[in-house]
Structure formats: C-alpha cells, structure tokens
Design a protein around this ligand. Structure first.
Ligand SMILES: Nc1nc2c(ncn2[C@@H]2O[C@H](COP(=O)(O)OP(=O)(O)OP(=O)(O)O)[C@@H](O)[C@H]2O)c(=O)[nH]1
Ligand SMILES: [Mg+2]
Length: 376
C-alpha cells in the first residue's frame, strides 16, 4: 500500500485527534512549514517479525498504543538496522508532529515532580487532552529508568487511556538519551498526544538537554530549603519559564507563600529564559491539587504570549537546528568509531600517548589526517 495515496497523506489535520482543545494553530513538523516532498514513501521492509515500517507508520498515526510503544522501542534501539528504519519512520511522522505543547519539569529529588505530573496529567485529561509522559535520565544504564517506579507511583494517571507513560531510554551517554527522547516526542505527537510532559531525573546536564527540547520549562522547588540545600544553581533558575513552589499545603502553606515572594523578587533581576516573558513564580500542592488549574492557565498564557510575539516557533526552529547539528555530530562520531582502520590507529596512538612517546596534539593531528583522508 502506498501510504502517500491513502487517507494518511499529507493532511496533518485529518488524523489529528478531535479532543485537542488547544486554541493554537497546528504546527506542522519541527520547524513549522512542511513541504510535501518531506513525506517520503516508506518501504515495506520488515522490521521485527511481520511488522513493516508501513504498519508502524499507520499504527502510530491512528493512535494505536501497542504500535506506538513498539515504534518507540525501534527509535530507542541501538542496532544499526533499526536505526535506519527509525530514521525513515521519523521522517515520515514529522509532518504529523508538532501539534502540542512540550513541557519540561525539573527540580531536586523529592520536590514532587512525579506527583505533580500525575495531578496535572489527570487534570489535563479531564479537560480532554491527550498526555504523554517521558523522562530523561542519563544515569539509567539498564533498560528501565526510574520512571518505571513512577509508573506505579503515577497509578491513576497510568490507567488513563488518554495517557501514555514511557520511562527514560537507556543510552549511557546523554547524547544518545537526548536523541531518543527527541524522536520519542515526534512519535507521541504523531499519535495525537498534544501535551508532552518530560521529567528530568538526576541533576546536572539533563536540565539543559531537556530545556533544548521543550517549549516551556518548569522548575519545582519547595519552601524552607535554601538554594544551596536544594542544589539549585542560579543557572537552572535562569532556564525556567516558571518556578513552582510545591508542597504548599498544611503547615507549609505560609512558608511557601513567603518563598514565592522571595523568588518573584529574584527572577525580576534575571535574564528571562524566553524573550518577552517574565518568569513567573507560583505555589501549588501536587498532593491536594490546589494551584494546579492556575499552573495550567499560566502555561496557556505563556503559549499565547510566545505565539503572539513569535518566540514559540522561533524557539522550535532553533531547537530543530540544534537537533540537526547533534545528529550530524553523532553521525561523525559513529563513523569514526566504527571504522576499522581508525579503530586500530586509535588503539595504537592511545598506547603511544600513555607511554609518553607522542604528544597528544601530534597524535590527534595524525588521527585527524587519517579521518580526513577517508572522507575525500
Ligand atoms: N505534602 C506534600 N507532599 C508531596 C507533594 N508532592 C509530592 N509530595 C510527596 O513528596 C514525595 C516525593 O514526591 P515525588 O513526586 O516522587 O518527587 P520527585 O520530585 O518526582 O522525586 P524524584 O523523582 O525521586 O526526584 C512523595 O512522598 C510525595 O507524596 C505535595 O504537594 N505536598
Ligand atoms: Mg520523580
């Protein structure tokens, strides 16, 4: 079957879910504009068993959850054969993606990110949205990230048909995890999920990585702990479009309100994370749900303001460009470390450098020359 001739052909809107209540124009693809030539014909090569790429494509755009999960497994696979198939699938799904708001959620361990996702997710589903929950955890070396534990913690959310929860891909290096997560976003969007929530796990680099793939970045803090205690650097605060003081319930409510005032004063002097948007601070309780509707209306307001001033799409276009560079650089590294001659030479020069028989600069130059001679 030629999928370009069937009902899944280039009309993004035709396959979009009806329960998308967003008053947002449909963004076609990563950068906005989608040219018909971009939707290439998919070969019907078999990927796993009897499932062809065509099946994957159709299943995803029809919102078939089983196929969606399999498509993400394909995207996350480290095998070369799967990688090529995944790239082809992603290219075809791109025109169906983009119609969403991507929200990154960061904060210190235990600040209540997962609980917030559960409460916010349920609230959004009630409003008719379709919510995908992903996580980025560069430290998850085994196949299941810690969100798996969260899946049981997000018990009510995971039972919803309009919710899809996916643990962090394993990948060892952050680059791998980030590529896979970026592509997973595309797949989820193509399947009709219009709200993507991404929780960062661990501290450090993952915040910057998640920032580079979302429209809105939320920092979750709790009152009472000083900045040092919370392990929050000024740099992370500068990345946030909003700060949520969570656990504003019981005895903690008054303290949370005071923390809100302090942070509101502080963010006023920081460079805005998104041009034309002054970062906001609010209090909420993920446990009781108080403040959650306000959080959502803040995010909607952000989206309206940034669409109006052009920053929303500008950011996505810049992110698409960043993604392009990352893929390009990953490809180069892949080429280098899979080339037999380079591998042998690398091992050779490693010994020479370790034995101090050659200077690192000289060794690097020789290796670079070998690489350059290969691409001529
Ligand atoms: N009182 C109160 N407790 C909360 C609230 N939100 C979360 N908690 C509790 O705080 C603990 C940690 O919550 P999680 O949602 O797992 O926090 P997290 O930030 O996802 O933690 P990690 O994923 O381990 O970094 C749990 O015991 C929650 O029940 C809240 O709004 N109020
Ligand atoms: Mg968590």
């Amino acid at each position: 079957m030629d999928i370009n001739k069937n009902k899944f052909s280039n009309s993004t809107d035709s396959v979009k879910n009806n329960n998308n209540n967003f008053a947002v124009r449909i963004v076609k693809g990563e950068g906005g504009e989608i040219k018909p030539a971009q939707a290439k014909k998919i070969v019907s090569s078999k990927i796993t068993g009897k499932v062809t790429l065509n099946n994957y494509f159709k299943g995803v755009v029809e919102g078939n959850r089983t196929i969606l999960a399999k498509a993400i497994t394909l995207v996350e696979s480290n095998s070369k054969k799967h990688h090529q198939a995944a790239q082809e699938l992603i290219t075809n799904l791109l025109p169906y993606s983009g119609n969403s708001i991507r929200i990154g959620i960061t904060g210190i361990p235990g600040s209540g990110k997962s609980t917030l996702i559960e409460t916010l997710g349920l609230y959004l589903i009630e409003q008719g949205h379709k919510v995908a929950v992903l996580s980025v955890d560069p430290s998850s070396s085994v196949s299941k990230g810690s969100i798996l534990g969260d899946k049981t913690r997000m018990e009510r959310l995971s039972q919803q048909t309009n919710c899809f929860i996916r643990p962090s891909p394993s990948g060892g290096i952050l680059g791998g995890v980030s590529r896979k997560t970026h592509e997973t976003i595309i797949v989820c969007e193509a399947a009709g999920f219009n709200i993507i929530l991404i929780e960062t796990m661990g501290v450090g680099q993952s915040e910057i990585t998640v920032r580079s793939m979302v429209d809105f970045f939320l920092l979750v803090l709790i009152a009472g702990a000083g900045d040092e205690l919370q392990g929050i650097k000024r740099g992370v605060i500068e990345l946030a479009d909003a700060i949520l003081i969570n656990k504003a319930d019981g005895d903690n409510e008054t303290r949370s309100k005071m923390a809100k005032i302090d942070y509101s004063n502080a963010v006023r002097y920081l460079r805005p994370a998104t041009k034309g948007w002054l970062s906001k601070v609010l209090t909420a309780s993920a446990l009781t749900g108080k403040g959650i509707p306000e959080l959502w209306s803040l995010i909607e307001n952000y989206r309206n303001v940034t669409i109006e001033n052009g920053e929303f799409y500008k950011k996505r276009k810049n992110q698409a460009l960043e993604w392009t560079y990352r893929l390009f650089e990953d490809g180069i590294k892949d080429f280098i470390y899979n080339d037999e001659e380079i591998k042998t030479k690398l091992a050779e020069y490693k010994k020479l450098v370790l034995n101090e028989n050659i200077l690192p600069t000289a060794a690097a130059e020789i290796l670079l020359d070998i690489f350059k001679s290969k691409i001529k």
